[in-house]
Design a protein around this ligand. Structure first.
Ligand SMILES: *Cc1c(COP(=O)(O)O)cnc(C)c1O
Length: 510
């Protein structure tokens, strides 16, 4: 770009007084300083940037890429059109200017077919953006989410894949590393968490999932360390990895990842932590840090949308090991979309460290009253809150009173099936009142996924003694939403019970 002095002279030649030009140009200097600081420190700026500033950086990146014009505007300027002759099959051509705008002119995606993290020759701008996005994310994880820079957040890779597919890719990369080992390592031990995507991730990597049961302690569903140890010795030699989960719906609480890490170290098996939305919880980060110190953690997988308020579609895998991260980039088949990474880059710049920390703090301040307010609603309707102090994101209240009472000699299966239906309809009723995100879990629900039967699906254990519902106090939630939730929950419970009573009376009359 022309120097500031030159610009000032040009302004004056246009009849703009020097004092005016100077005022305007100080903005330009300030904005250039912001860019420089980003490129030098490669850290999340303390304060969020303006939209104009972010957009102008994005357009700068797209100017550094080749072929960043749309077919719709082609032909306007011959010199511009023929500066590059694209004679490959993939030349970043975009027909629609709407699509081009949606991507700020960035159309090359990221990586090369050999490695998703490799710089793309045609796209210096995109490549730099992706690298910077990773560094900013790691900074947010270290300074914001309090994950150790020398522990779990030492290295990382951003993927345009959801959490489940990222776990699958990670497993595939670990498996290919182990290809030369003497025995066939084809088993993944999975501390049961009733979330289909993680279970399917193991199958899509072509591995066998052995479900390690959890156990109940008080209201909490916790890791069964003895069962994990037993599974490790039963399948000794064939276990490739153990997957634990550190963010989950109540009554399941985060796995004892530190204890499992110790077992994995002793048994010499990989340990992957599914930390889908755990970055918002300092307590969870502390647990993961500890696990890395006392035992073995190979990788931690986190969703970008659940943690950073971007559209669905991205994940970050972090690891204390450079090697693990490097391998993941290599197994990704093909060039990748950079869209989810651009979304994250924009969001982080817009938040700044301050904005991110503020969001984390806002969540904890809602958290101060959440359980208590939920308890009030529960008790008003003869229910109670599930006591799961180790889960600080997801909260539950019993719904036992919503099911009709059991007749003494009623066949168990009939009873569970019909009450399950009744209780699940409560979830639908909440949804129709515009309450989303709650999960209503009946007792002993049966579910089959990929040929494996799960009893008591939803609660991550076979025989949870309550029907219940969960609600999350997650990053980005507003106090207004939460206040309205208590009101609607209360109303819906009242209405549900009234309807049930009416139905019972009708049956009695007949
Ligand atoms: C959300 C979530 C997943 C799945 O996330 P996707 O990004 O849809 O794959 C897996 N496990 C847990 C614990 C989750 O919360």
């Amino acid at each position: 770009m022309t120097g500031i002095d030159d610009l000032s002279k040009s302004f004056q030649s246009l009849g703009i007084p020097k004092t005016h030009a100077t005022v305007g140009l100080t903005n330009l200097i300030a904005s250039t300083k912001q860019y420089n600081s980003l490129f030098i420190h490669k850290r999340l700026p303390e304060y969020g940037w303006s939209d104009v500033q972010i957009q102008s950086l994005l357009f700068l990146f797209s100017t550094l890429d080749t072929n960043n014009k749309t077919l719709a505007t082609c032909g306007n300027n011959e010199e511009d059109d023929t500066r590059w002759c694209g004679v490959g099959e993939r030349e970043g051509r975009v027909f629609s200017s709407l699509v081009s705008q949606r991507h700020y002119g960035l159309s090359h995606g990221m990586g090369r077919s050999g490695d998703i993290t490799e710089p793309q020759p045609k796209a210096a701008g995109s490549s730099a953006l992706v690298k910077l996005a990773l560094l900013l994310t790691l900074d947010a994880l270290r300074r914001g989410s309090k994950l150790d820079a020398k522990g779990p957040a030492a290295y990382g890779i951003l993927l345009p894949l959801c959490t489940g597919m990222s776990i699958s890719l990670l497993l595939a990369s670990i498996r290919s590393k182990e290809e030369n080992s003497e025995t066939k390592k084809d088993i993944v031990l999975w501390s049961r968490i009733d979330q289909k995507s993680c279970f399917k991730a193991i199958h899509s990597a072509g591995l066998i999932c052995v479900v390690v049961p959890t156990k109940i302690e008080g209201d909490e569903v916790i890791t069964d360390i003895d069962a994990m140890e037993a599974a490790l010795s039963k399948h000794e030699g064939r276990v490739l990895a153990v997957i634990t989960t550190s963010s989950c719906f109540t009554p399941r609480v985060p796995d004892a990842v530190d204890k499992v890490a110790k077992l994995c170290k002793v048994s010499n098996v990989y340990h992957i932590i599914n930390n889908a939305y755990g970055l918002q919880c300092a307590k969870t980060s502390k647990l993961i840090n500890r696990a890395c110190v006392v035992g073995r953690v190979d990788a931690v997988v986190c969703s970008t949308d659940k943690n950073f308020l971007v559209p669905v579609g991205g994940a970050i895998i972090i690891s204390p090991s450079k090697n693990i991260i490097g391998e993941v980039g290599k197994v990704y088949a093909g060039r990748a979309s950079s869209s989810p990474i651009v979304d994250l880059f924009i969001t982080l710049l817009s938040m700044g460290m301050n904005g991110y920390k503020r969001l984390l703090k806002e969540r904890t301040s809602v958290l101060e009253t959440f359980p208590e307010r939920l308890r009030e609603v529960a008790e008003k309707h003869g229910e109670r809150i599930l006591v799961c102090p180790n889960n600080t994101v997801s909260f539950g209240l019993t719904l036992d009173g919503l099911a009709r009472p059991k007749e003494v000699d009623e066949l168990d299966e009939n009873y569970t099936q019909s009450t399950a239906k009744e209780i699940t309809s409560f979830g639908a009723m909440l949804f129709s009142r515009c309450v989303s995100g709650t999960r209503v879990v009946p007792r002993s629900q049966l579910k089959s996924i990929g040929g494996q039967d799960f009893i008591g699906f939803g609660s991550s254990t076979n025989e949870y003694p309550h029907a219940y519902m969960t609600a999350a106090c997650a990053i980005g939630v507003s106090i207004f939403e939460i206040e309205e939730f208590y009101v609607r929950l209360d109303k819906t419970l009242t209405e549900f019970k009234r309807k049930k009573k009416k139905k019972a009376q009708k049956i009695a009359c007949n």
